[in-house]
Design a protein around this ligand. Structure first.
Ligand SMILES: Nc1ncnc2c1ncn2[C@@H]1O[C@H](COP(=O)(O)OP(=O)(O)O)[C@@H](O)[C@H]1O
Ligand SMILES: [Mg+2]
Length: 317
């Protein structure tokens, strides 16, 4: 087994007497997408800045390793392994997209020729060829964000930090960005992204950590997180009224919908519960026409965990 791409134990950071990060553990396997999810001010950017060596962790933090390198003793090696696209763009608006790319190539000590080759390839890949000779200040938000990521990729990083990569983008640009992130992962790159959007974490991430009040409130796959909170149920639908009535009698804890001939059974959606329901139906020789498992969505989880249930729900769709 290879070591995780990113591992942190007891990550802490305070500003004055305010603890922003109050002991956070993270483990991100190589080649996966990890989403750090949290509301504004939760400390997401602080985590990204620490892991990417831009600011130092609190002195009482535990061990932090990125790309296998110890952050305390070998930050230089980490910098050579990673790419960071910050929440605020690194794009220089006064020069063209191509010039921004060539500047990055210079920073990575690529030869003039190699720099031109890499810049041309990335501009092509991010659909910026037509805009390459125009000042970046004339780019749309989505184009600037694509240029930003293209610049990050000049050094061929194996681990990429994306701090709120789609905040402020329109839905089309957001979907383009999701495609870009998926492509990075299919190349074997590890992606650590932060987001305020539940849908985004759900779409992209293998694992999600919810950051709240300086701690990880929950961590797991989207499905695991959804199973953490009540509200899930199994729905059985029948076409035969007799079968429906027998099932309603045979099963415990059902809510009936006589009109739709449907039964609703509270469930965490686990295999064990599903099997127990199927067994009960089987032993009574009842066959449902349709069985669906309903899990609460990430919105429910997020608001349950962060205690902000009164907030209006985010709709990104
Ligand atoms: N340099 C700083 N000095 C003092 N407080 C800071 C500094 N940077 C961030 N903070 C505070 O730390 C908290 C977390 O900030 P940040 O990591 O930017 O959150 P997020 O990225 O999740 O919105 C906020 O309350 C912010 O005001
Ligand atoms: Mg931030």
């Amino acid at each position: 087994m290879t070591h995780p791409a990113i591992a942190a134990n007891g990550l802490r950071k305070s500003y004055g007497d305010k603890a922003v990060l109050d002991g956070i553990d993270l483990a991100v396997p190589a080649g996966t997408v990890f989403a750090l999810l949290g509301p504004n001010g939760a400390g997401k950017t602080t985590v990204v800045k620490i892991l990417s060596t831009l600011i130092s962790p609190g002195a009482d933090s535990g061990e932090i390793r990125v790309g296998g390198h110890d952050l305390a003793t070998d930050p230089q090696a980490i910098r050579a392994t990673i790419g960071v696209t910050g929440q605020f763009s690194a794009v220089d608006g006064l020069i063209t997209g191509e010039e921004n790319m060539l500047l990055m190539a210079d920073l990575h000590h690529l030869s003039k020729r190699e720099g031109r080759r890499v810049a041309a390839e990335l501009l092509e890949r991010f659909d910026l060829v037509d805009a390459a000779k125009k000042p970046a200040s004339t780019y749309s938000g989505g184009m600037k964000r694509r240029l930003d990521i293209a610049m990050t990729l000049v050094g061929s990083p194996r681990i990429i930090f994306l701090d709120e990569p789609t905040t402020g983008l329109d839905p089309r640009s957001r979907h383009t960005m999701w495609g870009i992130i998926r492509n990075l992962v299919s190349d074997g790159v590890t992606v650590f992204l932060t987001t305020q959007y539940l849908e985004e974490a759900d779409e992209l991430a293998d694992r999600i950590a919810v950051l709240n009040n300086g701690k990880i409130a929950a961590e797991g796959s989207a499905e695991e997180l959804k199973r953490l909170i009540p509200g899930g149920h199994i729905r059985l639908r029948f076409t035969d009224p007799d079968a429906y009535r027998s099932a309603a009698g045979a099963l415990r804890e059902v809510t009936r919908d006589d009109e739709a001939l449907a039964l609703r059974i509270p469930s965490d959606g686990s295999q064990r519960e599903l099997r127990s329901i199927l067994d009960q139906l089987e032993s009574s020789a009842i066959e449902a026409d349709e069985l669906t498992v309903h899990t609460p969505d990430l919105d429910d989880v997020f608001f349950a965990l962060t205690g902000n249930d009164d907030q209006p729900k985010e709709t990104v769709r």
